[in-house]
Design a protein. Sequence first.
Lengths: 105, 138
Amino acid sequence: MKMIRAFIRPEKEQEVVLALEGAGFPSLTKMPVFGRGKQKGLQVGPVHYDELPKTLIMTVVDDPDVSKVVGLIQDKAKTGFIGDGKVFISPVDAAYTVRTGEAKL
Amino acid sequence: MKEITAIIRRDKLPETKRVLEELGYPSLTIQSVEGRGKQKGAMCAEMDSEMPDSFCTAVKLKPTPSAYAIEHTLPKIALYVPKRLLTIVVPDDVVSKLVKSIIKVNQTGKAGDGKIFVSPIEGALRVRTGEHDGEAIT
């Protein structure tokens, strides 16, 4: 299993989530986060924004589905401009469902 | 070292904290998150006992068809249930004990009890003293 953490534009969240739902991955956790990237924030005229709002979408999927989910996220979150975000993939040893206590997704 | 990420009901947080404290692992990080599972956030009445009824009614009335939704037979907007996300970093040998305890405390048998993920952590550092790895999390 892999955990996919996607930092995306807040306005693209619904589109990404509905696309994932359509592909059969409805489960996810989201949280609002603030951060900056290579460009050290955003300069608009005299105003400098150091930390920009993003939405962090966290989902755990089985190994064979990783590329599909990441592809979908990229497809829907992409605008082609700076600030589209990043996707990180990390290993998960085990996943438990609290309701049943079973060790599976 | 392993990281235990538990997504649990909001009203189970104090009890979970108490149990972790009794087991000797009081350190944790808590985040307010929103999420959904297989039920797509639609069963909020059953999923979260503290959700106000008015909200649930609003949710039940929600599915407004859009072009995208008709095409994919989806509701117009995605719905979420508020949850608490706990992050605990512990030594390898206590992981199964803690997971079992967290499951025991949070289990209500209804959808929306949450998920627990266990993932590897490669290093740790206590900022105050500069201790590394195992010593940093004791």
